[in-house]
Ligand binder design. Structure first.
Ligand SMILES: Cc1cc2nc3c(=O)[nH]c(=O)nc-3n(C[C@H](O)[C@H](O)[C@H](O)COP(=O)(O)OP(=O)(O)OC[C@H]3O[C@@H](n4cnc5c(N)ncnc54)[C@H](O)[C@@H]3O)c2cc1C
Length: 372
């Protein structure tokens, strides 16, 4: 890995391509089958420097732009959607809000270890009974003399069993709605914080998805991330950026499905397969353009939320369509458990749901384009 000072000169696309081809792709089937991220892959993510991409150079980060991050995630997702998703969550919704809203002390204590890859980050908003309508979350916090006590459950939290820092959201009073929500950077080992059930999923297996239990978890004042009551805004802002990352992961799955489909069609050509490949190619190119445009707008400091929603909506659906058509082209062999075509369809199916469902992207775009 390049030293922190030399990181601007690193070609992150080449780093990602080598990692994807040499280390991730050979283990992709095993990651899916065992539903575990091998320690070698976790170590390779750290040593590659890719976990530093969204962190400022002052804290050992690569300070890469969103276009680079999106390409890196896309490349990794062509090899393993699970590995790319773990990196996307770390970079966008864990490191991202700490960079934007952390205090100087949080920056100094958290960012260098998150950037070096020694630490992994997670993001805990969803609860057993609260998903899309996050303003209704019920995990509760109260102030004490020495900090906060948090009580409640978080659900579907990616990487949270392995994570060293969790950006977590709680409310001081559910009656206050979104105005009552605050964000916390909760460290591993916090007394009263434990991991509940680990969820067995159909897709992106190998990226752990767990329940977190907060039983009067004792969080110090220094863990408050951003001003009290600003948590909902921080969550929405983080998710808007995160959607470009998730859209890029979906694009990677679509690209892998397209490549497999094209090879299968070349081996046994037929007109209907040519037509299917042509349709898939058009969707893939359109998805790539949308992801690239959203990333470019974010890099320019322009309004990017609508573009990010459109990219997330379109590329996650394109991944499902292309992986599904890929299964048709692969024929009966594609249906065998453990086939690449089957894994890609299961992986693709996750992306219209995570980090804001398709209907929620439609809601965001509809409100913005038409008005309430
Ligand atoms: C693999 C995986 C990883 C995840 N990782 C994380 C994570 O790291 N951190 C985290 O906080 N969360 C995580 N999530 C949770 C994810 O973000 C939620 O699943 C998602 O926000 C949707 O919430 P829900 O599943 O509760 O669905 P619900 O909100 O219950 O929605 C159910 C259905 O109703 C639709 N719907 C809901 N509201 C409306 C509306 N107003 N108009 C129209 N349709 C609507 C939805 O689109 C959906 O189809 C993860 C989920 C998965 C599957």
């Amino acid at each position: 890995m390049a030293a922190a000072g030399a990181r601007s000169a690193v070609d992150w696309i080449t780093v990602a391509e080598r990692l994807a081809t040499d280390q991730v792709a050979p283990l992709a089937g095993e990651i899916d089958r065992t539903d575990r991220l091998p320690t070698a892959i976790r170590a390779a993510l750290a040593s590659s420097g890719l976990m530093s991409l969204s962190c400022p150079a002052a804290f050992g980060g690569a300070e890469a732009d969103m276009r680079t991050i999106a390409r890196v995630l896309e490349i990794l997702a062509t090899a393993s959607a699970a590995v790319a998703t773990v990196l996307s969550v770390h970079l966008s919704v864990a490191v991202g809000p700490i960079v934007l809203h952390g205090t100087p002390v949080q920056h100094r204590t958290l960012l260098p270890r998150l950037a070096s890859g020694e630490w992994l980050g997670a993001f805990a908003l969803t609860e057993p009974a609260v998903g899309s309508d996050a303003a209704r979350l019920t995990t509760h916090y109260r102030r004490t003399e020495d900090g906060f006590r948090l009580r409640g459950n978080k659900m579907f939290t990616t990487s949270a069993e392995s994570a060293d820092v969790i950006v977590l959201f709680a409310t001081r009073d559910p009656a206050e709605g979104h105005r009552g929500i605050s964000a916390f950077a909760v460290p591993k080992g916090t007394p009263g914080l434990s991991v509940g059930q680990r969820l067995d999923k159909m897709g992106i297996r190998g990226s752990e998805t767990v329940e977190l239990v907060l039983d009067d978890a004792r969080v110090p004042i220094s863990a408050l991330l951003g001003p009290e009551g600003e948590g909902f805004r921080i969550a929405l802002q983080s998710l808007a950026g995160g959607r470009i990352g998730i859209a890029a992961c979906a694009l990677g799955v679509a690209r892998a499905a397209f490549a497999a489909m094209r090879t299968a069609a070349q081996e046994d050509p037929a007109d209907w397969k040519r037509a299917a490949v042509a349709r898939a190619y058009s969707e893939l190119e359109a998805a790539a353009a949308l992801v690239g445009q959203a990333a470019e707008l974010k890099d320019r400091g322009a309004a990017f939320v609508d573009s990010a929603s459109a990219a997330k909506l379109f590329s996650s659906q394109a991944a499902v369509h292309i992986a599904n058509a890929g299964l048709d082209v692969a024929g009966r062999n594609g249906l065998r458990a453990g086939s690449v075509a089957e894994r890609l369809l299961r992986d693709a199916r996750v992306f219209p749901i995570v980090e804001g469902t398709t209907e929620i992207q439609e809601l965001i775009l509809g409100r913005d384009l038409i008005g309430r």
